[in-house]
Design a protein around this ligand. Structure first.
Ligand code: ARG
Length: 288
């Protein structure tokens, strides 16, 4: 796939998704979740299927983990693990409501042939809080992941970790407040970070796109970029315009049902960054 514009190049990726067959909002672990407000599970399924088809249509590979009853948030596979160079660090969830997902996803990675696979020792909500920008892991902490998990994450992947403290309860995972667009280009919501973390971001990424509150509040920063296409909620129209000015191709999607659980497009995908050599996953068993 060779989409080029103003030097931008889309690189094909592999993603893990999990169909929201058991999606509900029965508990509340973030300010978006209101148990009692009706959720349309078939609509959530249709929205996720559409996202999967958009990603496949852009040339990406999408694998599916089987959903489990009683784990309604499994659809948010960004929280399953962090996967870099084929190494898998499976999440340890902050809330007991999601704790059962760790074993389900660990099993998927092991059956799928990933090695090594390790369960994080401290609260660590996977790629929801760990975004790779250039060679550096940007690591959100506060509401969910514990900063005590950073040495393990950095050591396991052999990469530097930049700790970023999240201070707005609405933006409880890093991927709700910041998206990596390409290499070291990012977009983020300044108000979601403590002053020190914001200074760090401004130092490291002086050319970043700073989003406004309205675009962030529709989860515009919960975007999936392949270096050229940026899949983001349709409602984030100003952000889409700013991305287009920079030579990106915004790809709007509708994930309104998932937003009722505090999720958007990026929450529903985990990038499977397989590395070369023996850590590469083997042939797919019939899991999907
Ligand atoms: N209801 C889920 C939770 O609160 C939503 C997770 C969204 N995932 C993400 N990567 N931001 O944990």
């Amino acid at each position: 796939m060779a989409a080029h514009t103003v030097g931008r190049v889309a690189r094909p990726r592999s993603y893990l998704m999990c169909p929201p067959d058991h999606f509900t909002v029965d508990y509340s672990i973030n300010p978006w979740m209101e148990p009692g407000r009706p959720v349309d599970t078939p609509l959530a399924q249709a929205q996720c299927t559409a996202l999967r088809d958009v990603l496949r249509g852009l040339g990406h590979r999408v694998e599916l983990a089987p959903p489990r009853p009683g784990l309604p948030d499994m659809v948010f596979t960004a929280n399953a693990a962090t996967v870099i160079d084929g190494r898998v660090l499976v999440a340890s969830f902050r809330h007991r409501e999601r704790a059962g997902e760790s074993a389900a996803f660990e099993r998927w990675f092991r059956l799928r042939g990933y090695r090594p696979v390790r369960r994080a020792g401290e609260a660590n909500e996977g790629e929801g809080d760990h975004l790779l920008a250039g060679g550096v892991i940007l690591a959100g902490h506060g509401p969910r992941s514990d900063p005590g998990s950073h040495p393990e994450t950095g050591g396991y992947f052999g990469r530097p970790v930049v700790a970023l403290r999240l201070v707005d309860p609405r933006y409880y995972h890093l991927d709700t407040a910041l998206a990596v667009l390409d290499g070291r280009e990012i977009m983020y919501l300044p108000g979601a970070f403590c002053a020190e973390s914001l200074n760090r971001l401004r130092d490291l990424f002086p050319d970043a796109i700073e989003a406004d509150d309205e675009d962030a509040a529709v989860f515009g920063l919960n975007a999936i970029s392949d270096g050229y296409h940026v899949v983001l909620p349709a409602a984030a129209s100003r952000l889409a315009g700013r991305l287009a000015e920079r030579g990106y191709q915004p790809v709007p999607v509708e994930l309104g049902e998932l937003l009722k659980a505090g999720g958007g497009p990026k929450c529903c995908v985990l990038e499977l960054r397989a590395g070369p050599g023996p850590s590469r996953p083997g042939p797919s068993p019939a899991l999907n």
